[in-house]
Write a protein that binds this ligand. Structure first.
Ligand code: PFF
Length: 457
């Protein structure tokens, strides 16, 4: 007999695919991927990124979903159950605990950046009603970052949007919203791509993104690409495990995992191909774009295309961020509902409030605290690096080892029942060996220069 989760269940396979794709596709694809590629050498970064998705991302995605579905509870409890069923120690709940911390850290800056997109959408609304156009996008963006009050306001608005959905349960509002909004986002990207094609820079953009310059690869590029792969697929912090807990039995984990991974990767590449021609068009170097890249380059294109395009683009980007942020808040909310007497509403509001406060660090990192630069990084970048580049891959590594070596084979085989034997064994081999080796290799590449420095110094 299939038990269901106390938090509710996805109504269909499509509902899960949309929710999980909604979680995966977000600021990571459209805001972060292009500037990460830009800052880390283009093609070489993209090549490592794609390898990480294939050899670590997809198999770990499947592992997370199956562990969630086996437990039907929030990650810590699902991992506790799986460890007990397999006669293993409680140590394996660690990725669940770490994931909740990573979730708070990621949502804290995610909400601030999503706030930027809301603010830009608002600027275009004003422009449509006769307000001033964004004449100097660099200055507009700089002024936004300099204004702690403005940043805090939009950060709060976005956090409220997130908590409203989570408080009311994921199935109701969300299933319907993503069904309509995700295709709209895709359409908008295609329009931008069409515009990019008219600039005549498509070829240049493609070669920047797809022709790897191996001399650009350093330990750091490995680490950034892997962190980006985990971040983009929402992996390593048990968000997908949480969504897996609401997945009805009988739906193929392998197939939905593949669809989610392909859609997420497709959107990232499409975003790159849409954005770089515009960046090049306006004589901005394709390399070294930084976090402000889409906020400073795209308004130049929207100036020619019309304010309505600017509005639609930033509004949809905010929506893509929204369908991701709920998956960042859901794991901790579900955990609190299971372990305490709090109602879902109170749990969600409490966690959102805490995360909002943590987000103020990112807000201040651009203005009042911009002089605080541990390791030469501003505080938001530091939080991003710790969460995305270290915590997510480390969580993913533990999940892969647990699913591959520690989890009872009966459970994984049952959850992947539809896979033919050879495919199941391939998956097992990949989570046992390939993914852990890949993640360890990347960590080692990144640590090597530091170790060498320490040894030499
Ligand atoms: N995958 C989201 C994006 O690419 O924007 C971000 C994200 C969501 C990361 C959920 C982690 C997560 F658990």
């Amino acid at each position: 007999m299939d038990k269901s989760s106390i938090h509710g269940m996805w109504s269909s396979r499509l509902a899960f695919i949309l929710a999980a794709t909604g979680s995966a596709v977000g600021l990571g694809n459209i805001w972060r991927f292009p500037y990460m590629a830009s800052d880390n050498g283009g093609g070489a970064f993209v090549l490592i990124y794609l390898s990480c998705i294939l050899f670590a991302g997809l198999p770990i995605l499947m592992a997370e979903i199956l562990l969630g579905r086996n437990g039907r509870t929030s990650p810590v409890n699902a991992l506790t159950q799986a460890a007990e069923q397999s006669g293993r120690s409680r140590f394996w709940t660690l990725p669940g605990w770490m994931g909740m911390v990573a979730g708070v850290l990621i949502l804290s800056f995610y909400s601030v950046v999503a706030g930027w997109t809301l603010y830009y959408a608002w600027l275009y609304v004003l422009q449509l009603f006769g307000g001033a156009p964004i004449a100097d996008p660099g200055a507009t963006f700089g002024a936004l970052l300099g204004d702690a009050g403005l940043l805090t306001f939009w950060h709060a608005i976005f956090m409220i949007m997130t908590v409203v959905v989570v408080a009311f349960g994921v199935e109701k509002g969300l299933e319907r919203a993503v069904k309509f909004l995700m295709p709209a986002l895709l359409a908008m990207l295609l329009v931008l791509l069409g515009y990019g094609a008219t600039t005549g820079n498509l070829g240049q953009a493609a070669s920047f993104l797809f022709v790897p310059d191996f001399s650009a690869i350093s330990g750091e590029v490995y680490l950034r690409a892997m962190g980006q792969a985990f971040f983009s697929l929402s992996l390593g912090m048990c968000a997908m495990m949480t969504y897996g807990a609401y997945l009805p039995k009988g739906i193929s984990v392998g197939r939905v995992g593949l669809i989610v991974a392909l859609s997420d990767t497709g959107v990232a590449l499409l975003a790159g191909m849409a954005i770089f021609p515009i960046v090049i068009q306006f004589a901005i170097e394709p390399s070294g774009g930084g976090p402000g890249m889409i906020f400073t380059a795209l308004p130049l294109a929207f100036d020619q295309m019309g304010a309505i395009f600017g509005l639609v683009f930033f509004a949809l980007l905010a929506v893509a961020a929204w369908t991701s942020s709920i998956s960042l808040l859901e794991p901790t909310t579900a955990f609190l509902v299971e372990r305490t007497r709090l109602s879902r509403k109170t749990a969600a509001i409490g966690m959102a409030a805490l995360t909002w406060v943590v987000g103020l660090v990112s807000v201040l990192s651009f203005n009042h605290w911009s002089h605080i630069r541990p390791f030469g990084l501003d505080l938001m970048t530091l939080i991003e690096r710790i969460a995305n580049d270290l915590m997510l891959p480390l969580g993913g590594l533990l999940i892969a080892i647990f699913a591959g070596w520690r989890l009872s084979g009966r459970i994984s085989r049952e959850e992947l029942a539809d896979l033919p034997d050879w495919l199941y064994r391939t998956w097992l081999w990949v989570v046992r060996v390939v993914a852990p080796v890949a993640v360890t290799f990347v960590f080692w590449q990144a640590l090597r220069p530091i170790v060498r420095q320490l040894m030499g110094g």
